[in-house]
Design a protein around this ligand. Structure first.
Ligand code: HEC
Length: 385
């Protein structure tokens, strides 16, 4: 009983040392920010007039698109139905604006979608996009602007349709690497499932061993999101199955329940902060200790062509882990990195960084971490280049 009380005290201490800083940050963020900045606020009424003269022939008055027979062209299977919130909310306004200004091919879409950059002013295009947004009437869908660049370790709050292949390789100590194959899939308005299969390869006394690690199955739910304030909050619960070989160091040897909260904040300057805090609770604590973790990623996105082109997102993560056992210290790592969009559609992206332990460095190697992700909600892997 006393031990349990001590553990809870320790866990809360570890989390709450950083919490006040985070809280001040967030409070100011929520009070000050207005995520989408315009020279003048978009006027959907004006947007409707533009839509009715320039877009209606193909996109139809109801925003669902003109039937194939009338359109006179073969509708691409990515042709948007603007009333379908599940298809449209994940797209940030910048993606649409790029297509309206430069035409479909600018994001690897059909050339049937014309370029309007010479016909309409930037403000008129913002107005018509404001009008397009009114076709989706369910406001519970989190907007794609809140889908911040994925950090290498910190999990984000936005529910995703994504496949990620992420590798961490030892840059010091014995050679070895772990590749995580991660599948994330949305269901319903706010939920997402996640499967993470780690594959290990390690040089142990000059012999290479390989094997699957502990497989994670998780469910995430978004609880709050606001485009106005730029904030999104989610909770996740996961089961980590002891599929990895404990003797080889590829697994913990016990089923573990993991839970975390993720809160992301986007600022009008395209600066962003992502927070993730949680705990890992093994079923058999005599085999593996309970741990708490706290992660944060701070970054900034840049895109040329007034925010419509290729997106570069430098970030730095601060990662804290602590075993809930007597005398354990919090391990701190720092992980600077750069994410960049590879495909024109920005649905294929890569990220590279170096994870360096800041303290308790014994037995904790420096890691080079790399991922490639494919946001399959945005199109096939072969499309959008
Ligand atoms: C000549 C027919 C045509 C006209 C006119 C037209 N569009 Fe399109 N639009 C298309 C087609 C076709 C696509 C689908 C392209 C694809 O998926 O390959 C499309 C796609 C789009 C998309 C979706 C891009 C995405 O990310 O999925 C947006 C936004 C859009 N159009 C806005 C507009 C606006 C605004 C106007 C009027 C100013 C307009 N379109 C006029 C044919 C047209």
């Amino acid at each position: 009983m006393k031990e349990a009380a001590r553990q809870i005290r320790r866990a809360s201490r570890a989390l709450w040392v950083t919490a006040p800083v985070a809280f001040c940050f967030l409070a100011s963020a929520v009070l000050l920010s207005q995520t989408l900045k315009y020279p003048k606020p978009p006027d959907p009424k004006n947007g409707k007039q533009i839509f009715n003269s320039g877009c209606i022939a193909c996109h139809a008055a109801d925003g669902k698109g003109t039937p194939r027979s009338i359109a006179g062209f073969e509708l691409p299977d990515t042709f948007p139905d603007f009333t379908r919130c599940d298809q449209t909310t994940a797209e940030p306004n910048s993606a649409w604006k790029d297509v309206v200004v430069h035409g479909g091919p600018s994001r690897g879409f059909s050339q049937i979608m014309p370029a309007f950059g010479e016909l309409l002013t930037s403000g008129q295009i913002d107005d018509v996009i404001g009008y397009l947004r009114q076709f989706c009437t369910n406001k519970h869908w989190a907007r794609g602007e809140l889908n911040l660049p994925r950090a290498l370790v910190t999990e984000k709050a936005y529910p995703e349709d994504e496949v990620v292949i992420s590798t961490a390789a030892n840059a010091s100590g014995a050679p070895g690497f772990t590749t995580d194959i991660i599948h994330e899939q949305r269901f319903g308005v706010r939920n997402q499932i996640e499967v993470d299969v780690p594959i290990n390869a390690q040089d142990q006394d000059h012999t290479w061993y390989g094997g699957v690690g502990d497989v994670t199955l998780g469910v995430k739910r978004e609880f709050f999101s606001s485009l106005r304030t730029g904030s999104i909050l989610s909770l996740q619960g996961s089961v980590i199955a002891p599929t990895g070989n404990k003797n080889r160091g590829f697994g913990t040897g016990t089923t573990t329940f993991e839970t975390f909260a993720a809160f992301d904040q986007l600022f009008p300057t395209n600066t962003f902060v992502q927070f993730q805090a949680g705990a890992e609770l093994p079923r058999h604590t005599d085999i593996a200790p309970q741990t708490v973790f706290y992660r944060t990623a701070v970054g900034q996105s840049f895109a040329h062509d007034h925010g419509l082109g290729r997106l570069w997102s430098p970030m730095v993560e601060f990662l804290a882990d602590r075993d809930l056992v007597d005398g354990a210290k919090t391990d701190w790592d720092i992980l600077p990195q750069m994410q960049v969009t590879i495909s024109r559609r920005q649905h294929v992206r890569a990220n590279l960084g170096v994870r360096t332990p800041m303290n308790n460095t014994a037995g904790r190697p420096i890691n080079v971490v790399f991922y490639v992700l494919w946001d399959w909600g945005d199109g096939k892997l072969t499309e959008g280049w």
